[in-house]
Design a protein around this ligand. Structure first.
Ligand SMILES: [Fe+2]
Ligand SMILES: [Fe+2]
Length: 271
């Protein structure tokens, strides 16, 4: 079990610290050149999370759990700070203090939600308790469906308007995921009566189908952007970033499916 705590902590930190590092880059690219203080802060967070990411790859799997416990606290502090930074930027944009900057408010809110998610995961790990499976299935899906719906909207708005077919496809994904998100919140509202094995299993199946096709769409878009075959203002790294987040969601759905069918031990975590 101690080993499980170490493995899970390192897996979360390796994935999300790279994500936080890339958010710092995307935010920086959207600032105006005169926003030197904000650019400086974004660079600070880029290097902070780059350091955390590198450090996370140096721990062997048999590291003493107490060492990882302290590392989780250190990362938690960094994530709290980048969350404050992101919300500050959102406030500046929404009060029109940065006219002409290039980050959508929804994108800034989105990356702050991802930071908040990462922070909660670290807290759960260090407290040695996870939500019961039936609650985790609903809550993780509500979180990630909203993330996927946002991604579809960002892609649709950052593609060149002349890429009409791709913009249409992005809009369809946006509608599809908005609907799935509503379904998820309906299921959530019907708790605990809705938490039956067949309903949760069908919920996962349905979400998995849509996430898989969105993931494939993102992969295609990423490849086309990398090969300079389509017109957009999407940074190639952003295309890859949203592709990786869709894969992460798919891995989580698979993990839930295995637990729900009893293929795995119940999710217990302690250290
Ligand atoms: Fe992200
Ligand atoms: Fe995202």
């Amino acid at each position: 079990m101690a080993n499980e705590f170490v493995l899970r902590s390192l897996d979360e930190i390796r994935f999300w610290s790279r994500i936080m590092k890339e958010h710092s880059l995307f935010l920086r690219l959207g600032f105006r050149c005169e926003d030197t203080q904000l650019i400086h802060e974004a660079n600070y967070f880029y290097h902070l999370f780059e350091g955390i990411e590198q450090k996370s790859h140096t721990f062997p799997v048999d590291t003493d759990p107490s060492v990882i416990h302290r590392f989780n606290v250190e990362v938690h502090t960094a994530v709290s700070h980048i969350w404050v930074f992101k919300r500050k930027i959102l406030g500046l944009i929404l009060s029109c203090k940065l006219p002409g900057q290039n980050n959508f408010p929804l994108l800034v809110d989105h990356v702050s939600r991802e930071a908040n998610y990462f922070r909660n995961r670290l807290e759960e790990l260090n407290q040695g308790k996870l939500e019961p499976l039936q609650d985790a299935i609903i809550d993780e899906n509500v979180f990630f469906l909203k993330i996927m719906a946002d991604h579809a909207k960002f892609i649709g708005h950052l593609l060149d308007p002349s890429e009409r077919k791709l913009v249409d496809q992005a809009r369809e994904f946006s509608n599809d995921f908005d609907q799935l998100l509503f379904q998820a919140t309906d299921l959530s509202s019907m708790r605990p009566q809705s938490q039956t094995q067949p309903l949760l299993s069908q919920f996962l199946d349905q979400n998995k189908v849509s996430v898989t096709s969105l993931r494939d769409f993102k992969q295609t878009a990423r490849d086309l952007i990398e090969q300079c075959r389509i017109k957009s203002i999407i940074h190639p790294l952003l295309a890859d970033h949203v592709f990786r987040e869709a894969n992460r969601f798919l891995e989580i759905i698979d993990m839930f499916e295995n637990h729900l069918t009893g293929a795995c031990q119940p999710m217990i975590l302690s250290h």
